[in-house]
Design a protein around this ligand. Structure first.
Ligand SMILES: CCCCC/C=C\C/C=C\C/C=C\C/C=C\CCCC(=O)SCCNC(=O)CCNC(=O)[C@H](O)C(C)(C)COP(=O)(O)OP(=O)(O)OC[C@H]1O[C@@H](n2cnc3c(N)ncnc32)[C@H](O)[C@@H]1OP(=O)(O)O
Length: 218
């Protein structure tokens, strides 16, 4: 089993998507890439990760599952595209834009004044003692802070720093409310604040800086 080589997805742009360096000024969004059942596939894969997180299989079952997952991976290996063509991250009709690597969230309101989303940390996101891993909470803040800044500057931004305050335990399997907004916009610098609540209880907050990228900037 060889890992997927970077060259399989890091392909140069063609005329349909001009860019300079590593930067692309346009963000593709879609509701059709990957087909109508792509969301269902994502959900099964999330369930796989959740179940794997707590599984303790006997040896024979481990062997059988290695073969099954290998077969699944071989199918996925046949359909590799580059990062600009994959549905993951562009499917705005799906939780977390169809990006499996993010905790699943659903944006309920979004615009230049900020973003509100329902986020659920799953068994896969366990840190310990039934609480979410702090790194996964930071990932959710990074993406939704990135979205709030992108909607404010109407362009692509990149995280310069991100500081999370963990104020109380973040439960798993519970719909939580995350809010992010640009507190101050100073040229290319979007200073973002955010909160994560379980009902009235503050679980975490964030203080971050996102920089609007210049066209051509790698
Ligand atoms: C319902 C609606 C749905 C719609 C959805 C539609 C579309 C989707 C839209 C958006 C996408 C959605 C979500 C977002 C997705 C993902 C978010 C994740 C983002 C990341 O995960 S991204 C990876 C991690 N990130 C890095 O990998 C950064 C590495 N780094 C660099 O790439 C450079 O470092 C850079 C570019 C940051 C700056 O470089 P640079 O050359 O452009 O600019 P420069 O250095 O001149 O800084 C300019 C001014 O910022 C100040 N400044 C800079 N850095 C600072 C710091 N750390 N602290 C304090 N101040 C700082 C300077 O002091 C100066 O300030 P001043 O102008 O006042 O002097």
């Amino acid at each position: 089993m060889s890992p997927v080589s970077h060259s399989e997805w890091d392909r140069p742009a063609d005329a349909s998507s001009p860019h300079e360096g590593g930067f692309r000024a346009q963000i593709d969004i879609s509701t059709t890439r990957g087909g109508p059942r792509y969301g269902e596939l994502n959900e099964e894969l999330r369930r796989l990760m959740d179940l794997a997180r707590y599984a303790c299989p006997p040896e024979e079952l481990t062997e059988a599952m290695i073969a099954q997952v290998r077969a699944l991976n071989e199918n996925l290996a046949k359909v590799q595209v580059d990062e600009w063509e994959t549905p993951s991250g562009t499917r705005i009709d799906l939780p977390s834009r169809g990006n499996l690597t993010l905790p699943p969230y659903v944006v309920t309101d979004g615009g230049p004044d900020g973003v509100i989303a329902d986020v659920t940390f799953r068994p896969f996101h366990l840190g310990g003692n039934k609480a979410a891993h702090g790194g996964h909470i930071a990932v959710a803040f990074d993406d939704l802070g990135g979205l709030a800044s992108a909607l404010k500057v109407e362009g692509v931004t990149r995280t310069a720093y991100l500081t999370v305050g963990y104020r109380s335990l973040t439960p798993l399997d519970t719909p939580l409310q995350m809010r992010t907004w640009v507190e101050t916009l100073d040229g290319r610098k979007a200073f973002v604040k955010g909160t994560l609540h379980d009902g009235d209880r503050l679980c975490a907050d964030v203080d971050a800086l996102f920089i609007a990228l210049k066209p051509g900037q790698p």
